[in-house]
Design a protein around this ligand. Structure first.
Ligand SMILES: Nc1ncnc2c1ncn2[C@@H]1O[C@H](COP(=O)(O)OP(=O)(O)OP(=O)(O)O)[C@@H](O)[C@H]1O
Length: 290
């Protein structure tokens, strides 16, 4: 049975469509990254998945059940994007409290160990670094020993070392065969930590596959030349054209073909070819889907 089954989910905040027709199945034991730029609809999708936001259309099933039931049964642990930690409490207090709430929890020491917080049980939440606070949220999500872990941008605002420590903790939990769904803006993070990547853009799924498959599809380049009066968008491979500082900046899925065509058209002046960033890659991907 699938751990997660989202069927044609849609949601709008007033007139702003946040999620549109999202269908997604996650098998038990899979680690799936939901990748997308700001405002893509990642958080809204995860909130519906957790039963915290009622979908406008579509349905959510977690382990074949309504999300609220799966959550009540202790099968789901979540790390929301933001969330207060009860002031003046210690790491140990918070974890012991949650431990007593869940039906099949792990020992508090095990949660501390998984989140790399051993020795810090007595520390109050006000004294935690950003990375420690985030690892505490992770410990709070896993202490109930959930079968499904849902992490919404768990490493936002963490530095490189804290990120690395966080993902090491996550992988420690996954090695027990659990299912994880996490959202991120970062392709490398998705690539390093997920078996599968689902790309959301403007509320829709625009790609779904292994990291290698998705990377191949977003492998675009930027070709820039001195700007002339030309319609660059008709050149082979070109999916987007921008003008910057007197240069035509072309996002292309086939840099060789684009450069060749520029040469044939006598437009190859002061050429520069670089790898595109993820934003440009998204642009290319959505353009191609359209
Ligand atoms: N409470 C809200 N009220 C109105 N609009 C909202 C609200 N929350 C989100 N939106 C809008 O819905 C869309 C999807 O937002 P969502 O937060 O789900 O995206 P996201 O991919 O999680 O973005 P981010 O990476 O910035 O967290 C965006 O256009 C956003 O502006």
């Amino acid at each position: 049975m699938d751990a997660v089954a989202l069927e044609k989910l849609s949601y709008a905040y007033g007139t702003v469509t946040a999620v549109e027709d999202v269908t997604l199945r996650v098998a038990a034991g899979e680690v799936v990254a939901v990748l997308g730029p700001n405002g893509a609809g990642k958080s809204t999708t995860l909130l519906m998945l957790l039963g915290l936001l009622p979908p406008r259309t579509g349905s959510v099933r977690l382990f074949g059940d309504a999300p609220q039931r799966a959550v009540a049964a202790g099968r789901v642990g979540a790390m929301p994007q933001v969330g207060g930690l009860l002031p003046r409490s210690t790491i140990g207090d918070l974890l012991r409290f949650l431990h007593d709430v869940y039906p099949h929890p792990m020992p508090v020491d095990e949660a501390l160990d998984l989140a790399d917080l051993t020795g810090l049980a007595g520390r109050t939440v006000e004294k935690l670094s950003g990375g420690q606070a985030q690892r505490l949220r992770f410990a709070m999500a896993v202490v109930g020993r959930p079968d499904l872990l849902v992490l919404d941008e768990p490493t936002a605002a963490l530095d490189v070392a804290a990120r690395r420590a966080f993902w090491a903790a996550m992988r420690g939990y996954v090695s027990h065969g659990r299912t994880v769904l996490f959202s991120t803006h970062y392709l490398e993070e998705a690539d390093d930590n997920a078996d599968r990547i689902v790309v959301l853009d403007r509320g829709r799924v625009i790609a779904d596959g292994t990291a290698a498959e998705v990377k191949r599809r977003v492998d675009v380049r930027t070709v820039s030349v001195r700007l002339e009066e030309q319609d660059y968008s008709v050149l082979p491979g070109v999916v987007a054209v921008a003008e910057r500082h007197g240069r035509a900046v072309l996002t292309t899925t086939d840099a060789d073909a684009t450069v060749l065509a520029l040469a044939e058209a006598g437009l190859l002046r002061d050429v520069e070819v670089t790898g595109a960033d993820l934003e440009e890659a998204f642009l290319a991907l959505t353009h191609r889907e359209a």
